[in-house]
Design a protein around this ligand. Structure first.
Ligand SMILES: [Mn+2]
Length: 276
């Protein structure tokens, strides 16, 4: 069994036997939603782990630092309901980190799979970092979206599919032999499976599982976000920005129930990727 690490920014991840908990609660305000790139580099070093839980999807940009720390050639496979490749002028944030990762010389390609967000469609297309999409360094694997506008903007490699099985088949064929860094945002799952604090996709747990099964021999590092925590920012800018993104809030009884569901999914992921 390999090491499981919890980067505990928000207290949302619990109940994983044998996991090492790294207390980062005093960094929550600074890192949550978005931060300066230097703030990510300043995170304490820790021994390489098989699977790293980072809490809410509001911390997904921490993946950029974990991938940079791999310091070896990798292709990145992100499972997420959002492209996480949007323009953001205030540093790096949970919706823009893929663009930063795409600039790393060691990263051969970033695949983002399971996207159902309208962020990829019509005039939202302009809000995406188009350079890496046009060059094919970043590839979107969407479900049920029209990529007409992206096509008009010169994006060829990204595709949309009717169903997850079809998407996974095409994605698996297009992966290179490079080692894989896997980053899972549980907002890729349908809200019937688990509830996250972002709008969610349509994938079932068995579909995510079988995709992970198919690649796991080549996975050299993995992180997971999408757990639930409520938070009120001290920073006015962050309050405004997160309100603009229409983040649903989960609290009270539904928070407890929701965490129970996340525990089950997290344990499943640990048992799938425990060989790392
Ligand atoms: Mn994400």
């Amino acid at each position: 069994m390999s090491r499981t690490v919890i980067l505990d920014f928000d207290g949302s991840v619990a109940g994983l036997d044998g996991a090492e908990m790294i207390d980062l609660r005093n960094r929550e305000e600074e890192i949550r939603f978005g931060c300066a790139e230097a703030a990510l580099r300043a995170l304490p070093p820790f021994e390489p782990a098989g699977i790293v839980f980072m809490g809410s999807g509001d911390f997904h940009h921490v993946s950029a630092e974990l991938i940079a720390r791999q310091r070896r050639r990798v292709q990145v496979l992100v499972l997420d309901n959002h492209p996480d490749n949007m323009r953001y002028p205030f540093g790096i944030h949970c919706g823009s980190w893929v663009a930063h990762v795409a600039r790393l010389p060691e990263v051969s390609r970033v695949h983002v799979a399971g996207i159902t967000s309208p962020d990829v469609e019509s005039f939202h297309a302009f809000e995406n970092h188009l350079g890496p999409l046009r060059s094919g360094k970043v590839v979107y694997w969407c479900l049920g979206r029209s990529l007409r506008m992206l096509r008009m903007l010169g994006v060829r490699a990204s595709q949309s599919f009717e169903g997850a099985a079809e998407m996974s088949r095409a994605l698996l064929q297009s992966l290179s032999p490079d080692p894989i860094y896997l980053s899972i945002d549980k907002d890729v799952l349908a809200p019937e499976v688990v509830q996250t604090n972002w709008d969610q996709g349509v994938m079932h747990l068995h579909e995510v599982q079988s995709l992970v099964e198919s690649v796991k021999e080549r996975v050299i590092g993995c992180d997971v976000v999408g757990d639930v925590s409520a938070y009120r920012y001290r920073s006015r800018l962050k309050r405004i920005l997160s309100a603009l993104d229409d983040q649903p809030e989960i609290s009270g009884d539904s928070l407890e129930l929701s965490r129970e569901m996340h525990r089950l999914v997290n344990r499943r992921l640990v048992s799938l990727l425990g060989h790392l």
